[in-house]
Design a protein around this ligand. Structure first.
Ligand code: DOR
Ligand code: ZN
Length: 423
């Protein structure tokens, strides 16, 4: 099907465009709207059209935990959230630490996925942090990045070797930054609320330490390291300073760390339990400043589905993680743009060119001839988040009932309409 998308506010950060206009889609590619043959015409006056959102951090759970999510359901959730590409974290079961596992992911995604699934391989075998994975064969199999997400390599010498290999294979590293000794036994942020609630805390220095380690390695080796789900103020400060010095480090922030704090845990709801944990209000404000000033160049969901049964236990025993694909736009637009903190074009970068640059993708824009990966959203739509409508197989969200602004309306992947908001 060919399309002409008319009268939208087109924000295309890669080309510095912010203007009302028309875009054509022909044979899956962005085309001159004046020349599209037999188009379906859509009037998008008042709506915003951007390159498709890229989520650097998604757990699709297949293989291993298809009760919680599958590639089919997770990519449907991504499409409903405005995401056209998702980086699939490798902490599946078995882990995505071999070429065979990546081949399985690619084939299953081609057969059942509705958005692009960008495979990420483990840095170490079984993401156990002991022995390097076969990084060369992972690269040949088509991974776009390496990560041990869920865990963090504690052995600095091993991490050094992984970064050196990643450099020679030109693969981005996406690191979950956590010192195990400092975080051991914790279920929430260590602070006033962990004391009041009588729960074991995770010290913010657990993240700060590993971010410092990674900045040192990135500087010494001359290869970029990306810090996943940055959550404490000190991490933002470290990143800001390192980037000013020209060290190739980047960071992402999640919608939940930008919008919630440890105080939210006071009802012991396990939908507020994730790793890294919700931090203090001061940390949240620092994170918002970091996203606004470009210290943090990507918003990533850390979409982490868990079944209701898994989450329906005491807070101490519940698994870490919440879903995020279908709430990311509403939650972050409300906190960052509707609040007046960020301008819309700058915010759009954090969902498009920001993550694309971290993945070393060049020219992620809507110039003619590019793949038509396009997101359309309504920045004026106000609504209450209703998890019953989610495409995800899981419902572990703290955002049900939350009033937000900005709704994904249309998602095109390679010119195919994979999601359309139906009310
Ligand atoms: O909360 C989290 N859940 N943090 C992680 O690092 C892993 C993720 C998961 O896989 O459930
Ligand atoms: Zn993680």
């Amino acid at each position: 099907m060919n399309y002409i998308l008319k009268n939208a506010r087109i924000i295309d950060p890669g080309r510095g465009i912010d203007a009302v206009g028309d875009i054509g889609i022909e044979n899956g590619l962005v085309a001159d709207p004046g020349k599209v043959k037999k188009p379906t015409v859509m009037d998008l006056a008042g709506k915003v059209l951007t390159p498709g959102f890229i989520d650097l951090h998604v757990h699709l759970r297949q293989p291993g935990n298809t009760m919680a999510e599958t590639i089919a359901s997770g990519t449907a959730a991504a499409a409903a959230g405005g995401f056209t590409s998702v980086v699939a974290m490798p902490n599946t079961s078995p882990a995505a630490d071999t070429a065979g596992a990546i081949e399985y992911l690619r084939q299953t995604a081609a057969r059942t996925g509705v958005v692009r699934v960008l495979p990420c391989g483990c840095m170490t075998k079984g993401y156990a942090g002991q022995e390097m994975a076969g990084i060369g064969s992972l690269k040949t199999a088509g991974v776009v990045a390496l990560s041990d997400d869920g865990k963090c390599i504690q052995d600095h010498a091993l991490m050094r070797h992984v970064v050196e290999y990643a450099k020679s294979f030109e693969l981005p590293i996406l690191d979950h930054c956590e010192d195990n000794c400092l975080a051991a036994g914790g279920v929430m942020h260590e602070g006033k609320w962990s004391v009041l609630l009588g729960m074991n805390g995770m010290n913010g220095a657990a993240e700060e330490l590993m971010i410092s380690r990674n900045i040192i390695l990135a500087r010494q080796i001359g290869w970029s390291i990306h810090m996943q789900h940055v959550s404490v103020k000190e991490s933002v400060d470290l990143l800001r300073k390192a980037r000013a010095e020209g060290i190739a480090v980047t960071g992402e922030a999640t919608p939940h760390h930008l919008s919630l704090t440890d105080e939210n845990i006071k009802k012991y709801d396990t939908n507020y339990k994730m790793n890294p944990p919700l931090r203090s209000e001061e940390d949240r404000q620092a994170l918002i400043r970091g996203v606004a000033d470009g210290t943090i160049t990507a918003i990533a969901t850390d979409h982490a589905p868990h079944t209701a049964t898994a989450k329906l236990v005491e807070f101490d025993h519940a698994p870490f993680g919440i879903i995020g694909l279908e709430t990311a736009l509403g939650v972050t637009y409300t906190v960052l743009v509707d609040s007046g903190i960020m301008q819309l074009p700058e915010y759009v970068k954090r969902l498009t060119t920001g993550p694309a640059e971290i993945l070393r993708m060049k020219g992620y824009d809507l110039s003619e001839g590019k793949a038509a990966d396009i997101t359309v959203f309504d920045p004026e739509a106000e609504y209450v988040i209703d998890p019953a409508k989610f495409k995800s197989k899981s419902r572990n969200t703290p955002f049900g009932g939350r009033k937000v602004k900005c709704r994904p309306l249309l998602t095109f992947v390679g010119g195919k309409l994979v999601y359309s908001f139906e009310g």
